[in-house]
Write a protein that binds this ligand. Sequence first.
Ligand code: ARG
Length: 658
Amino acid sequence: MTLLPNLQARFRQALAPLTDRPEPWLEMIRRAQDARFGDYQANFAMALGKQLNKKPQELAAEVVARLDVADLCQPPEVAGPGFINLRLKDEWLIERVTAAVNDPRLGVELAAAPRTYVIDYSAPNVAKPMHVGHIRSTVIGDALCRMLRFLGHRAISDNHIGDWGTQFGMIIYGYKHFLEPNAYRDRPVQELARLYRLVRQLVDYFAAKESLPELQRRLEEKQQVLAAQRQAAMPAAGQKIDKKLREAVTKLENSAKEAAEDVESAKKKIAAVDADSILAQLAAEHPQIGPGTQAETARLHAGDAENHRLWQEFMPYCLEDIQRIYRRLDVHFDHALGESYYHDMLPGVVEELRRRGIAQESQGAVCVFLEGQPAPMIVQKQDGAYLYATTDLATIRYRMQQWRPDAILYVVDHRQSMHFQQLFGTARLLGYDQVELQHVSFGTVLGKDGRPFKTRAGDTVGLEGLLDEAIDRARRIVAENDDAKPGGAELSPEQRACVAETVGIGALKYADLSQNRTSDYEFDYEKMLAMNGNTATYMQYAYARVRNIFAKGNIDVQQLRAAGSAITLGTPAERALALELLRFGDTLSLALTDYRPNQLTAYLFDLAKSYFTFYEECPVLKAGTPALRDSRLLLSDLTARTIRKGLELLGIGAEEKM
Ligand code: ARG
């Protein structure tokens, strides 16, 4: 058993006479913040005391009296208002670290009860360029797969690509009216992308024209309300500013600002076409392009032979386009069953929902009304069309039949949380109430201005350009570092290029994974590539530095490990490092309880810091005795392996030399 579960098991016994629901209290056993209070601390006595009407100190003493940890810890102490402080025995630490050194799994145990997970992530809408938002889903989903698999779970990755949506109506429309055959023959992916952008621009143009008067009316209305509210918030002579009124003004100001931006954005879309004679000409020739693209989508879905043939022709190009990015990111899927895969199952889903009384007809549409939901979930529109939700229900049914998973994780941004609440609610009504359905949601990627990350022209930022730029910047950093080495540069141009790739891609992934996934985060190349701080670059350099000790000392690690020298923890820095190394397994379990890879990045950062303290205080190659040197080399080796494994589980590489 790894450290934390072991301690928890002991406490479970000691708590048994007091409560039959010990879990919440066991979760309050944590790593001590300050080494003076020991290594671990249990601070449940205050809250549990309140519940049981006992004095916390007495309760803590009672638990300690029953606590059987003599083999692991020194006698526990009760401190302050009722904290239980635990200090692990050095013998025990040494025994565990030695076991980890000799374990290809680095002391991380397999899950006692392996589960089957389906992980639904990335899922871009093909034929549209992948954008910065997709990086979050791709990177988080991939890390979760890797971590689950390492712990012995079965993780089935399934890329639920959007391959059946309205974007195909646009491309088909474009193909039928605007195709440049030579361009399509020579560079099909680019030509399809151009058609998509062109049609999209024209559709947006007409939509903007239509909505502009209403947007302007709304703006004026908001400005009027704002003016009145400003008046009301003016303090009368001799009175103080009313805070509530002031806040209301600020709120209105923001809302008016947003309305003004909507007007601006619509005007921009209109101007972009009007100002370009070719586009303006096309717009004049295709006034019905909006409904026209919708009709093409409807024909595709209805099984129209020509549209279906075109779709089949386009798909390989679209898939190749996303595959190129996955290759660069080193992300691989077991399955890529897109929305189109479920198309034929949709009538059956709606039929079942109706037959079992789960869905009703309402204003011509078929809807599922769920308790506590502000709106029904629509599964079939008035015109007979099926929706995103219908496909997702068919997908759940398929996955349950195919793989019988214990859990299905959806790594999708937080704006879809309502969709997933409704989806899961309906799935439970359908009888899928044993499976854990989990929306692993995440926040938005922001630019430096704190708004969703956009290019200067206001477009969403393409994923491919981000990768190129990150690698480009990494190349400069790697070169500078190499040039600055005391003994002169060490890397060949090929090595530099290879390192830059690992550093650039790693930085991008780590920046994403190290965020609390539910928060929005600011995209910033400089921060993500910083040599110091919680970045991939820092971790990769830490790894290379440890490996460098072995190169410098001309040490054969295999021999070192095989020699089985004893580990000693004679100084606080060595002891602290050993304790960190033993937390790897606990960290992974913890990170997977609520699907938060940032627990792993935080751990790696702590580990690297512990290592550098150790490295400053404890000479390794110049240790006083050969035995001490071997012990410290073994700790260094385990650190390097743990960092490397940790990065690998995040989908990030590490180079021996940087
Ligand atoms: N294609 C969707 C989008 O880009 C995400 C799909 C997520 N997965 C799912 N089963 N709904 O918004």
